[in-house]
Design a protein around this ligand. Structure first.
Ligand code: PEP
Ligand code: MN
Length: 364
């Protein structure tokens, strides 16, 4: 074949491509018109019977050289693209998505803001064990200019024989400590039945990793007027995590903080694998504050500081870590909680690294 012939055929091919392009777009316009009519009539846009008829029609008229199955595959892609065109982009976007709401959501917890660019530390024991234990940590948290204190009263434990938390008694301790030290408390709620009672004692409802897809709990938390700290599930994808948050917002409560706490992988060197890239992804895709829990993601005291630095550097709105006056005798997570001295060293090191601003010097 001469070069001239080849050029000629290529020119023809380009022409056919343009014709196809024109026809595909003409088809798209027709589909849009049909979509408008259907929405006026209140009829469903996807019509499988109609789609089957169109595919049959194509099969009957196929004269080759393409196989009918190949053509049906190509046409099905065109049908799918057309259907997507009919859907209103805005309607499709989730309430938690940046597409829907470009500005950052700032969660206000008793005057302390999360998500406004100021990076926070959320510290406190794994579980509430006694008034003295929580107060000992609260005193130090307060001394560092921090406002957010964590502590579990209902503990979702792997074994039913492990310490299950003090329940309501624990919430009462948290409230007493919060009032005495003027702190805001975050505590996990594991069942909708406890929510109503708990709400008077805590400032943030934590929904733990094991409950990220407890849809009744998500809906219940979405129906109250109290900030929610939602943790990523043990094996949850980012999309599942975002949809869990959507459950809460869809019920009316938009005060949500997302918390990356490590996911389950084959790696055994850490308790979970901290998915650090989830932080910028969640910040790009949603307008919610994003936190990193360095205690549960690593399960290792020696990794708390480096992972906290990574979290701050990558743009997390807050870092969560556990502190206990005497971790050796802690009733849960004894291997990875910091003692008071380690807590101060942790905060000092973060300040020295330049990644974290000393909260005692920040005007509140
Ligand atoms: C917790 O923060 O107390 C906790 C149990 O964490 P997670 O749900 O992430 O395991
Ligand atoms: Mn813990």
């Amino acid at each position: 074949m001469s070069n001239e012939q080849l050029d000629l055929l290529r020119d023809k091919l380009d022409e056919v491509n343009l014709k196809l392009l024109e026809l595909i777009n003409e088809r798209a316009q027709l589909v849009q018109e049909i979509g408008q009519l259907k929405s006026k009539q209140g009829v469903n846009r996807f019509d499988p019977v109609r789609e089957r008829n169109m595919l049959n029609h194509i099969a009957e008229n196929n004269k080759g050289p393409f196989e009918t199955s190949t053509l049906q595959h190509i046409f099905k892609e065109i049908f799918k693209a057309s259907l997507e065109l009919q859907e209103d982009d805005n309607r499709k976007a989730l309430l938690v998505s940046r597409k829907k709401h470009p500005e950052n959501t700032i969660v206000n917890v008793k005057g302390e803001t999360v998500g406004d660019g100021e990076q926070r530390l959320i510290m406190g024991p794994c579980a509430v064990e006694s008034y003295e234990q929580v107060a000992a940590v609260a005193k130090e948290v307060k001394a560092r200019g921090l406002k957010l204190l964590r502590g579990g009263a209902y503990k979702p434990r792997t074994s039913p024989y492990d310490f299950q938390g003090l329940g309501l008694e624990g919430l009462k301790i948290l409230k007493r400590v919060a009032d005495e030290f003027d702190l805001a408390v975050i505590s996990e709620i594991v069942t909708p039945a406890d929510l109503e009672e708990a709400i008077d004692y805590i400032d943030v409802i934590q929904i733990g990793a094991r409950n990220m897809q407890n849809f009744e709990l998500l809906k219940a938390a979405g129906s109250v007027n109290k900030p929610v700290l939602l943790k990523r599930g043990l094996s949850a994808t980012i999309s599942e995590f975002i949809h869990a948050a959507e459950y809460i917002v869809s019920k009316g409560n938009g005060q949500i903080m997302l918390c990356e706490r490590g996911i389950r992988t084959y790696e055994k060197a850490t308790r979970n694998t901290l998915d650090i890239s989830a932080v910028p992804i969640l910040k790009q895709e949603t307008h919610l504050p994003v936190l990193v829990d360095v205690t549960h993601s690593t399960g290792r005291r020696d990794l708390l500081l480096p992972t906290a630095k990574a979290a701050l550097a990558i743009g997390a709105d807050a870092v969560m870590a556990e502190v206990h006056p005497d971790p050796a005798v802690a009733l849960s997570d004894s291997a990875q909680q910091m003692d008071i001295g380690q807590f101060h060293a942790f905060v000092d090191d973060l300040i020295a690294s330049g990644l974290y601003k000393d909260a005692t010097k920040t005007p509140q």
